[in-house]
Design a protein around this ligand. Structure first.
Ligand code: UT7
Length: 323
């Protein structure tokens, strides 16, 4: 059967690093509170004029070089973002043009922090139906632009960044030993839409708006929702937490990651953590973490890797793949 195999990985973080102590004087907070409640120590912030498309392009170029492909080899670009350059056109088409790709198609996908899982699952569907052979999937965000810098309960949590992967069609045996995406599970429930949202938009206020979150409410639902989609992946494949080599969760809060791993019986040594250095970069967080662990040699060919995320909507999803 046809599987979607990741053949290249890339990432980019803006140069400017903002440490927790840099918030002292902006809002009433402390390094101790932020580290204790979230595990975050620093985040990257885009420079003035540096856009989501800029970050996405850099991550994309690295992923394409890693995969050994050029724009001519791609059929499709899917860019997961909640902070596009413009309301329209899709930021993906700007990236497509900058990469010199004048064929195929490019579009944005919007599922907030679960964006990369939604985009990668979409790419998998296009590949498995034969619609596309090679897809560039990017998660890129400039959340610093939609933060209310006077709201200490949100502005300390998020950062900017981008990660990208090249996904290719590959003929495999159709077993759990295959390389590539083995199963993916997506969920959303708009009943929770007011717990994490941006209070503006083209059709409602005519403004961009700022991120608003009932953090405690999001936290309360997160672990159960994450466990729900991971258990769905186990039910679909017959695999369990013991079979995993690596767990690459969305990086929102170290306490959510630890509690999810504990509930699912995933050994802490298998958990990839980058939230301490990136904060929550929404759709960029999983590819940033994945690319780091691939780049430093932790994730190796043949390893079983579980990706998961939960975020605004609410949306949540899991994706199980063999590297
Ligand atoms: O990407 C997916 C979406 N996002 C998430 O997954 C985030 C989910 N939520 C969380 O990670 C956590 O709920 C937070 C990190 C946002 C907050 O942690 P918490 O343990 O749930 O704290 P809390 O909201 O219950 O607030 C505790 C206290 C409050 O003071 P009082 O009411 O107890 O006096 C807050 O006002 O901490 C206060 N507080 C702060 N203090 C210092 C809130 N933000 C800050 C801050 N610095 N930055």
């Amino acid at each position: 059967m046809i599987r979607s195999v990741i053949t290249g990985c890339g990432s980019y973080s803006p140069e400017r690093v903002m440490k927790n102590t840099d918030f002292e004087g902006i809002v009433e907070t402390s390094d101790e509170w932020i580290v204790q409640r979230t595990g975050i120590r620093q985040r990257h912030i885009a420079a003035e004029g540096e856009t989501t498309a800029d970050l996405a392009e850099k991550a994309a170029r690295e992923a394409m070089a890693d995969a050994g492909v050029t724009a001519a080899d791609l059929d499709l670009i899917i860019l997961a973002t909640s902070t596009p350059n413009n309301t329209f056109p899709a930021t993906a088409v700007e990236v497509q043009h900058r990469l010199g790709m004048d064929h195929g198609a490019a579009f944005d996908s919007q599922a907030v922090c679960t964006g990369f899982i939604f985009a990668l699952t979409t790419a998998d569907q296009y590949i498995r139906t034969g619609f596309a052979k090679r897809v560039l999937v990017i998660g890129a965000e400039t959340f610093s632009r939609i933060l209310d810098w006077e709201d200490r309960s949100t502005c300390v949590l998020f950062g900017d960044g981008a990660g990208a992967v090249v996904v290719e069609s590959s003929e495999q045996a159709g077993t759990n030993g295959d390389r590539g995406i083995l199963t993916a599970h997506l969920r959303s429930d708009g009943a929770h839409k007011d717990k994490l949202y941006v209070d503006g938009g083209p059709s409602s206020t005519g403004t961009v708006g700022y991120l608003r979150m009932e953090g405690r409410e999001v936290f309360r639902h997160a672990v159960a929702m994450i466990a729900d989609v991971i258990e769905a992946a186990y039910a679909a494949t017959g695999l369990t937490s013991r079979d995993l080599d690596w767990f690459v969760p969305h990086q929102a809060n170290k306490r959510i990651i630890d509690a999810s791993a504990r509930k699912l019986g995933i050994d802490p040594s298998k958990v990839i953590i980058t939230v301490d250095r990136h904060g929550n970069t929404s759709a960029a967080s999983i590819p940033l973490a994945l690319c780091e662990a691939v780049g430093d040699g932790r994730i190796k060919r043949g390893d079983l890797v579980m990706l998961e995320a939960m975020g605004g909507g609410f949306t949540w999803g899991s994706l199980l793949l063999r590297w």
